[in-house]
Ligand binder design. Structure first.
Ligand code: CA
Length: 219
């Protein structure tokens, strides 16, 4: 899953960036509203963590522009504890949820998981499909009840596919889930991780859709 972190406070940004990366999210971090707008017009994200008080363009304007384009990417706003009005304004402008600063890091992660779950159209916190079960909170994976150990990047490829069986993701879309801007991308990385996943979880789980990409078949 690829996230955009919009935060101008260097200390908070670094802590949140480290945290999200340690949870295997690919993260791009921008520090002002203009850069956020540019990033959102040029990249696809699974979720945005949006600070409201930002240089150049405030977070609410970024959010309103996003929703005006009918972009439904989940937005989690980060606001100060005492700013009830900002929270209400943010939710009314199209944010999906908010966290209070200073963050409780575990709460931030739980809210992100909840929004990603809802965005994938699921209510249940664990994804289960054809005997393969993944738990985004605990990062546990089982195949027919047997625990399976995945690398961080195998997880990053499997999660978006398993979240929406029947939906085809292109190699580029999967690469976007794996890498932030500054990461080196090796040309056959996605194939390598798919190969690893098939070895661990069975050859049938992930199908090639010729010329298009990969999917976990619905039936
Ligand atoms: Ca700020």
């Amino acid at each position: 899953m690829r996230l955009l972190l919009v935060e101008d406070d260097k200390m908070i940004g670094e802590v949140v960036l480290d945290l999200l990366r340690s949870e295997h999210y690919a993260v791009d971090w921008v520090k002002d509203g203009d850069m956020a707008s540019t990033a959102l017009r040029t990249q696809t994200y699974d979720l945005i963590v949006l600070d409201l008080g930002l240089p150049l363009l405030d977070g609410l304007s970024v959010l309103r522009a996003l929703r005006a384009r009918k972009d439904r990417t989940p937005v989690l706003i980060a606001t100060a504890r005492d700013s009830l009005f900002q929270r209400i304004e943010g939710l009314d402008a199209g944010a999906d949820d908010y966290v209070l600063k200073p963050f409780e890091l575990d709460e931030l992660l739980a809210r992100i998981r909840a929004l990603l779950r809802r965005a994938s159209g699921r209510a249940e916190p664990v994804y289960e499909h054809k005997g393969v079960c993944i738990n985004p909170a605990s990062r546990e994976v089982t195949s027919n009840g047997v625990p399976v150990v995945l690398s961080a990047r195998e997880w990053a490829v499997l999660e978006p596919l398993l979240a929406r069986p029947g939906m085809v993701l292109s190699r580029t879309q999967l690469e976007e889930k794996l890498y932030g801007w500054k990461d080196e991308i090796s040309s056959n990385a996605v194939e390598v991780y798919i190969h690893g996943l098939r070895k661990k979880l069975g050859a049938e789980l992930i199908q090639n859709v010729r010329g298009v990409g990969y999917m976990v078949p619905k039936e």
